[in-house]
Design a protein around this ligand. Structure first.
Ligand SMILES: Nc1ncnc2c1ncn2[C@@H]1O[C@H](COP(=O)(O)OP(=O)(O)OP(=O)(O)O)[C@@H](O)[C@H]1O
Ligand SMILES: [Mg+2]
Ligand SMILES: [Zn+2]
Length: 457
């Protein structure tokens, strides 16, 4: 493959080195799509080496793309030297760039520089400082762009959340500038994570979520490519607030809010219960049925997120989703580590995704979960059993071990499973919160633990 080395460009003086605030909105508007499904494999296949190479080999096509971007975004070359394209997502392209005007600003966001200073590692010579430039596709609605920048601004002091340094607009193009975070591609380490390393990973992730949730913000798209983790530094940052929203923004009443007795009363008086009772009264086996002239309006709820990481209440179109949907997604990441399978869930659509959950959790629990949100589950799929499978069985099977041979999960694995169960709790009201997770023995043990490379935190 043809490659070229990116040449340095001298910074040019700017008249006013004031960093701008948010860019103004563009004028095009797109319809608000409630079902922003992203496949787990459609992720930006970005692999960033952890060795911190300064000049990188860049593909010709990427080079052309960067040149087009530089030519179309006025004056960007005066501030940043584009180095490489590091991510191509559903809503943006992300570039690694050198911050040419670094020295002109206060850089509170640069924890690396602060650590170097604290450790006395600076030799006085300015070294290149890198940023990640997120070029948000012009087809994104101005409201969506504003939302992402607005939430990032609110979260600017949150630990383990990648802060927004600044943002610019030129015509209809908006870019967000973030500190570049050196990390490793998830696919290169998820199979080899030891349990102590998992503790550190999740300690970092839940620390981020604690402050995000404290601010009343749902991330909505927790998945490995949105949590940039460096196993070497045992630190991670949460990125991509493109689908994030303030909790209960468009919420309306859902059955999950009612007390159990009230919910049962409503279930007893539902169309479902009367159809069921009528069949029984006629001596027939109750069969899936729908009212011939259903007058009820169809349910709409935000289902944005990535397939395989969506909580059951998202799949069930709960109209009162909370920050706890993020906790479910964390549980799926832990399941990926423990099973050594990525993606663990791999469905074509939400119905498939729901069936995957039914296969594991069993029909009985999934029926209860559906009723919790005012939905009815009826299925005649033979592979869905009544009581599902235990996590121990699933994990042994995924890792090629067999219970019949007397193999059991290790004590450490069982501890991790206990924690995972708290995250993969079907009823959001019973699911662990980020605050509680950090107190859970699995994460509380993340401090002072020895890691597989022999280091201590
Ligand atoms: N601050 C950063 N430092 C290093 N790499 C980054 C940074 N921000 C983003 N990236 C890389 O770019 C990728 C895409 O970024 P982001 O998730 O914000 O965009 P997106 O368009 O919403 O992506 P997707 O649709 O795949 O979720 C990330 O997965 C990561 O590999
Ligand atoms: Mg992303
Ligand atoms: Zn609900």
């Amino acid at each position: 493959m043809a490659t070229a080395l990116r040449r340095s460009r001298e910074p040019m003086a700017l008249d006013d080195p004031q960093r701008t605030g948010y860019g103004d909105s563009t004028e095009d508007e797109e319809p608000q799509d409630m079902d922003e499904s992203k496949g787990p494999l459609e992720e930006s296949g970005c692999t960033i080496s952890e060795d911190g190479e300064e000049e990188e080999e860049v593909d010709d096509m990427v080079l052309e793309d960067m040149e087009r971007f530089e030519a179309s975004f006025k004056n960007i070359t005066q501030r940043y030297r584009l180095i490489n394209r590091i991510g191509e997502g559903t809503f943006s392209t992300v570039y690694k760039a050198e911050d040419l005007l670094y020295e002109h600003y206060k850089n509170d966001w640069d924890i690396d520089a602060m650590e170097e200073e604290a450790n006395g590692k600076t030799n006085g010579k300015p070294k290149p400082r890198y940023v990640a430039i997120k070029k948000i596709y012009v087809t994104s609605s101005p409201l969506r762009i504003l939302n992402e920048l607005d939430l990032l601004h609110d979260l600017r002091n949150s630990p383990n959340v990648c802060p927004l340094i600044t943002s610019f607009r030129y015509q209809d193009q908006v870019i967000a500038v973030l500190p570049f975070f050196q990390h490793k591609d998830f696919r290169d380490y998820y199979r080899d994570m030891s349990i102590p390393e998992m503790r550190t990973y999740f300690h970092s992730l839940f620390t981020a979520l604690q402050s995000v949730h404290y601010a009343g913000i749902i991330h909505r798209d927790i998945k490995p490519t949105n949590f940039l983790y460096s196993p070497a530094r045992q630190r991670g940052v949460l990125v991509d607030f493109g689908l994030a929203e303030r909790e209960f923004t468009d919420a309306s009443q859902c059955a999950c809010e009612f007390k159990p007795a009230e919910r049962q009363k409503r279930i007893d008086n539902s169309v479902y219960a009367s159809t069921f009772a009528a069949a029984q009264a006629n001596g027939q086996q109750p069969r899936p049925a729908y009212p011939a002239n259903d007058q009820r309006s169809s349910r709409r709820a935000n289902r944005a997120g990535t397939r395989g990481f969506r909580a059951p209440e998202v799949l069930l179109k709960c109209t009162r989703q909370s920050c706890l949907i993020d906790i479910w997604s964390c549980g799926v990441i832990l399941l990926t580590f423990l099973s050594k399978r990525f993606p663990f869930f791999h469905s074509a659509d939400d119905i498939d995704a729901f069936i995957e959950l039914c296969t594991i959790f069993g029909k009985k629990r999934m029926k209860e979960t559906a009723l919790l949100h005012g939905q009815v589950l009826q299925t005649n799929i033979p592979t869905i059993g009544d009581s599902g499978h235990t996590w121990e069985k699933v994990l042994l099977w995924c890792t090629g071990r067999n219970k019949k041979d007397g193999v059991v999960l290790s004590k450490e694995e069982l501890e991790a499973v206990e924690f995972m169960k708290c995250c993969l709790e079907l009823d959001p009201a019973k699911r662990i919160t980020a605050d509680e997770a950090l107190q859970h023995p699995f994460l509380a043990a993340a401090n002072g633990t020895e890691y597989s490379d022999g280091s201590y935190e």
